[in-house]
Each structure stands twice: as C-alpha cells, then as structure tokens.
Design a binder for this molecule. Structure first.
Ligand SMILES: *Cc1c(COP(=O)(O)O)cnc(C)c1O
Length: 488
C-alpha cells in the first residue's frame, strides 16, 4: 500500500453506530432483499426535528420546520414526520400526493420549485401554501383559483438578488423566484389578485453554505416585509429555505490531512490518490496549482441546527446591527425553514455487497467491485468524500491490516466508480462482506438511482429500536403506530 492510510471516517451517531455493530442483521437483510439496500431510521428524523425546535425556543421564535421532501423518497421517514408537528416542502405533484397520503394536513404543507398546472391545481385545491416563483406563476395560480372557484390561496413570494446596504454584495443568482429589483410589479400583481391570493410572507432558498450570503438575504426579506406592511399587506412570515448542511466526518484533522495530500498528489509531489489522476477540480499547470476543490465541506461542525442558530445571531446592518433573531421576534414574524439534508443527518445507511476483490497491477490498490452502481451511493455526486465501513461476512475472520482500494460499481461502464479516489480501509474486504456507506439519507440514497442495465434500484427498509433490539420492515410497510418506537 502506498504510504500511510488517509482515512475519512464517517461521523456516526448512536443509532447508526448501533446498526453498524449489528453485522448479522445487516447481512440477513441484504441476503433477503438484495444489494444495494437502503436502510432508513425514522426516529432519528424526529430527533433532528427536535434539535431545530430547540433553536426556535432559544430565540423565542415561532414558525414551521418544513422538511424538504426531495432529499429522500422514503414513505417511512415521511410518515414518522407526520406523527410530529413538522411540515413538508414538496416540489412535485407526486410529492404532494405522497405527503397528503402520509397524513399531513394541508396547513403543514408548502409547495415550492417548478410547478406544472396539475401540481398547482392540487396545491390550490387542497389549500396548501404556495411559494410563488414570479408574476407568471402568480397569474396562473390566480387564474386557476378563479376558474375552479377555489378558496383564496396562501402564497409566499420567493425572492433572490438581495443587497446589503453600503457594501454591494449581491446574493447569488437563482433560477427560481423573483429578483428583489423586480419586486414592484410582483407586489402590484399580488394586490390586483388580492381576492384570490393571500400573501403571507416572503421566501428565499440559496444553494450555498455561505452564512454571510444567507444573513444578507434574511435581512433583505425583513426590509421587503416592512415595505409590504407599509402597503397594507398582512405579510407575517419569512421562509429562509434549506441548506443548513450536515457534518459528515468524525475527525477534522483527517479532513485537513486528506485535502493537503490530495493537493500534493495533484502537484505530483506524492503518489496519486485518485483513479486516472482526477483532481476534484484541482489541476497542475506547469507545477502550479490551478482551479479549486469542488467538494462538499465534509467536515462541517457548524451545520444543521447550529447553522440556523448562527444565522439568527448575525447582526443586521440596516437595522442598527441588531441580531436577526431579535428583529424577527420584535415583529412577531414567523420563521419558516426548509431543511432537507440537515433533517436527514444520521437517518440512513446504504449497504453494498462486495462481489470481487482483485489484486491491482504491481501490487497497487486492490480493485473492489460492489453489487451497487455509483448512482446508488451518490456521495461522490454530491462531492462528499467519506469512507465506507467494512462489515465482514464472518465476524471471526481476523483483520489483516489496512489496504488501499478502488471501489467499482456493477455497470459495464469504465466510469462506474463509486468514488474516483483511492479509499483506505482498516481491513481487507472479502467477497460476501458488506461495505456500508453511512449518512446517505440526504440525496445520496434514491435521488440519482436508475434502472440502468435493468439492474434493480435498491430496496428500502425502515429500522427502529424496541426494547434494546433493532426491528425492521419494508419502507412502505412502516406506519408510526404503537409498535414503532418513539412515535406514540
Ligand atoms: C432543495 C431545497 C431545499 C432543501 O435544501 P437542503 O440543502 O437539502 O437543506 C429547501 N427548499 C427548497 C426550495 C429547495 O429547492
């Protein structure tokens, strides 16, 4: 093996750790249901919700936590959430149908994203709140409500392009929503259709990890709300979208060391760390480093509820530097959030069986082929670099020290690599072992899954603890009734 192992160990909460220690159960499940297999842990979702709620309580804020459904298709997760007081953000007709069928009443549902007429109609028909993209969508919605004599629909106005006063730092461009500079015609349309739409507030969702940008957007929303109220609109809510993120890695030092070594590998001052010299956005041009590392900041201690807390304590320059939370509280505004990835932190595992372990050329990295496609474990797709955990078929087999491996998928395609980097494992895997990818519930489980080569997409299983033991059922068999831990 070339040099010291460079591990990127996953951060494991109690539930995932306990499942990983239940090797026999994991093997029984994959023997019965095939590989790959997804495992979701609904009770963890409820626990994560509670963490977000505690941030609300700390700042004495009201408002709703809307789970961004698009991050996972699971029914079990959704039904577990239906047994709490959380809401859901749906971004398609089928997601809205799914959510209504899981037990969410329309007052707990928000429709966002690009909408086709059927989605818009069902949203209006069932009286869910609609995050309106712009004037055209507002006209379309108003037209639907009139034509079908529906009840007045609550709408949030989704905006982007906020500026801080003084420094002109624009928040990033978005495909969705209305730029703040075009607010006037939007508000005029809202007023014109006041009999059929009820503007309850404003919204943004920025696809960034930058706290500064989000604080700018929230402050911008507060100014827009002032303007709305000065025009006599009864807007009372700010929806700050999602993007609170997750902390994937157990050890920040491993992350620092790994990224340093990756940089050195790209520069050629150490042996390669990837298949085919891939640089994850970095390039070597005549001995100097170019580009930037296009990776998720996998070690991210300020993520999820902590990220929300930090956002709320940011000062608002155009409001005498007062914290954003204080301004929300003073006006009794509702704060809505739409976390996807952050609510799904520690909520799932993806299991893949090892089919083949081949010795590499010149005694280099082992070539490990899995019974899973790269799309079944989409960590790489999301730029998340994190090691799988080896769960041996035979727990008594002695470990034989660390190995460096390449992880290949099951497609007949050169590019079907579960990850393009060399992965270091603390022990050599053998055919029949499982490689378990932790924390995949947010976007890495089913968002990218395909039927390529007529291979099956992973089945999904829901697991919960009861009397110290793990119980499980197929995802679509799960309902949060008495047999299910924690939901009563
Ligand atoms: C995707 C999305 C979210 C969730 O984003 P995360 O990064 O998963 O928290 C929330 N709101 C909207 C409108 C989205 O498109």
């Amino acid at each position: 093996m070339g040099g010291q192992p460079l591990y990127l160990a996953p951060r494991l909460g109690e539930r995932l750790r306990s499942l990983l220690e239940s090797g026999e159960l994991l093997h029984t499940l994959t023997d019965a249901l095939g590989s790959p297999l997804n495992l979701v842990v609904p009770d963890q979702l409820a626990a994560n919700l509670e963490q977000f709620r505690s941030v609300y309580r700390r700042h004495q804020l009201s408002g709703q936590v809307f789970f961004a459904h698009k991050a996972n298709r699971s029914s079990a997760l959704l039904r577990r959430l239906a047994a709490t007081d959380a809401g859901v953000d749906v971004a398609s007709l089928a997601e809205l149908q799914h959510v209504l069928g899981a037990g969410f009443t329309p007052d707990r549902v928000m429709a966002t994203g690009p909408k086709n007429p059927e989605f818009l109609w069902l949203a209006a028909r069932t009286s869910v709140t609609v995050a309106v993209d712009g004037c055209d969508e507002l006209e379309q919605l108003a037209g639907l409500v009139r034509k079908h004599a529906l009840a007045r629909v609550r709408v949030l106005l989704r905006l982007w392009g906020f500026e801080t006063s003084g420094v002109r730092v624009l928040t990033r461009r978005s495909r969705f929503g209305t730029p703040v500079s075009e607010l006037e015609p939007l508000l005029e349309a809202v007023e014109r259709h006041g009999d059929v739409v009820d503007p309850v507030g404003v919204a943004y969702h920025l696809d960034t990890t930058g706290l500064g940008e989000k604080a700018t957007a929230l402050e911008g929303c507060l100014r827009v709300l002032e303007e709305c109220r000065s025009r006599g609109l009864r807007t009372v809510a700010v929806d700050v979208g999602g993007g609170f993120g997750a902390d994937y890695l157990a050890d920040g030092e491993q992350w620092e060391r790994y990224t340093t070594e990756l940089t050195r590998a790209v520069l050629g001052t150490r042996p390669p760390l990837t298949w085919g010299g891939h640089g994850y956005g970095l390039r070597n041009e005549g001995g100097t480093l170019h580009g930037s590392l296009g990776l998720y900041p996998a070690h991210r201690p300020v993520a999820g509820p902590r990220y929300l807390d930090e956002l709320l304590t940011r000062p608002a320059v155009s409001f005498d530097g007062r914290p954003l939370a204080a301004l929300l509280l003073e006006h009794l505004y509702d704060l809505h959030i739409e976390p996807g990835r952050a609510l799904l932190d520690q909520c799932g595992l993806t299991l893949a069986k090892v089919l083949e372990v081949r010795t590499g050329e010149d005694g280099g990295e082992l070539l490990v082929r899995l019974a899973a496609k790269a799309d079944d474990v989409a960590l790489e797709e999301h730029g998340v670099l994190m090691d799988p955990v080896v769960v041996p078929r035979d727990p008594a087999r002695p470990g034989d020290g660390p190995v460096a491996v390449h992880l290949f998928g099951s497609l007949c395609l050169e590019t079907d690599l579960v990850t393009r980097r060399t992965v270091f494992l603390p022990r050599r895997p053998a055919p029949g072992d499982l490689l378990v990818f932790a924390n995949t519930a947010g976007y890495c489980m089913d968002f990218h899954a395909t039927h390529a080569q007529r291979q099956p997409v992973a089945r999904k299983v829901a697991a919960w603890q009861e009397g110290g033991a793990w119980r499980w059922c197929l995802d679509d068999q799960y309902w949060p009734i008495t047999s299910v831990g924690g939901a009563q």
